[in-house]
Design a protein around this ligand. Structure first.
Ligand code: ATP
Ligand code: LTN
Length: 341
């Protein structure tokens, strides 16, 4: 029996993808184009594991009934976007206890100074000055735990999460160096267009669901007439031409959105709207987004009515996630020297 032969005929291990999104409010077009659209596209090629990061969401205050509602809504909406449970695992973070456990351990391998430098922490603590809790500070070590538990190779996220991912890599490398190789070092997977969708009202700020001005963001479940109205009101400039250029943040952002949903290149878009005004362009962007979201909204309407089905989906995924993540956690605990129970 030749072991060499056996190894060479074994299929290559599929690369593992991990990503998560917080169920902290309604999901926006920014979340979709920056992250979710990629999750869906990667499911055939990779072993994909996705989660709703509800433990992360409590770093800012959540109203209990609304939080429960938002979590279920986000679960159904992501399935409607195309997460396929035949191919991927999609669970709710708080249902899998290994996340909180590894996060605590990783806190002890993460430096205060590193966490203090995180721009999201600085932004969110300025925004929620009355509640700068330790969880908000330690947010990135929980995120590192999420990723490292599954030995993820790639993490599809929007550009705003790059700094957190770099920290996850540093924590993993530090642990591997202190003991022996334990964690796969994850690479970020950030899309070329769509990585940073900006607010329709202030195109110098990222589109964010926590923006009080609802005209700044499009929710995936917004009605067609609301989508049209928000795009028509989008801030542009006085130059008047549909061109991608420095200083034209509003138009650049609309071109980015249009390009993502129609898959047209910037040059094609410029030709299409040559000699036309912003009014025509905005209507075209709105129509393209409405058409793109229509099938998602229809699937969502069906799924959200079947609570028993949704529950069976997240329960089964949590079981699978627990069994994979437990292996990593046990290895970590053994290496550190915890006395086995
Ligand atoms: P909040 O506004 O409450 O901070 P958020 O809208 O940033 O939340 P998250 O759950 O933090 O949502 O992010 C989910 C995913 O969406 C992440 O991968 C993030 O990088 C991506 N993302 C968020 N906002 C944008 C945006 N404006 N453009 C592109 N990607 C985005
Ligand atoms: N912080 C992330 C959400 C998140 C995440 C993760 C993303 C929590 N855990 C692990 C990728 C991998 C955000 O997108 N705001």
């Amino acid at each position: 029996m030749s072991t060499t032969n056996e190894t060479s005929t074994q299929p290559e291990r599929k690369k593992v993808i991990f990503s998560a999104i917080q169920p902290s409010g309604t999901i926006t077009l920014g979340n979709y184009l920056g992250a979710l659209k990629n999750w869906i596209a990667l499911q055939d090629e990779f072993r994909c594991i996705f989660a709703l990061a509800d433990l992360h969401a409590i770093t800012v205050r959540q109203e209990p009934a609304k939080f429960r509602h938002n979590t279920l809504e986000a679960y159904a909406l992501l399935l409607a976007c195309g997460i396929d449970l035949e191919k991927s695992i999609f669970f709710i973070q708080s249902h899998v206890h290994t996340h909180a456990e590894l996060a605590w351990i990783l806190n002890c391998y993460t430096q205060f100074g590193e966490l203090s430098r995180m721009t999201q922490f600085k932004d969110k603590s300025a925004k929620h000055a009355d509640n700068i809790n330790v969880g908000l500070f330690a947010y990135p070590s929980l995120m590192a735990a999420d990723i490292l538990l599954y030995q993820a190779d790639l993490v599809p996220v929007g550009a705003d999460q790059k700094q957190h991912l770099e920290l996850s890599r540093d924590i993993a490398a530090r642990f591997n160096g202190a003991y022996s190789p334990t964690f796969t070092i994850p690479d970020p997977y950030i899309p070329k267009t769509g990585a940073r969708i900006m607010s329709l009202q202030d195109p110098t700020k990222k589109m964010s669901k926590s923006d009080e001005n609802a005209n700044g963001w499009i929710a995936l479940l917004d009605k067609p007439e609301d989508i049209m109205r928000k795009f028509k009101r989008a801030v542009t400039d006085s130059d008047g031409g549909v061109r991608y250029a420095e200083g034209k943040d509003g138009v650049n952002n609309l071109m980015g959105i249009y390009s993502c949903v129609t898959e047209k290149r910037y040059e094609q878009i410029e030709t299409e709207f040559e000699g036309k005004g912003y009014g025509d362009f905005k209507t075209a962007v709105a129509e393209a987004v409405i058409e793109h979201l229509r099938p998602i909204q229809e699937r969502y309407a069906q799924l959200i009515q079947d609570k028993a089905y949704l529950q069976s989906c997240y329960a089964e995924s949590a079981q699978k996630a627990l069994s994979i993540s437990q292996r990593t956690l046990s290895k970590v605990m053994k290496k550190i020297g915890f006395l086995p129970g």
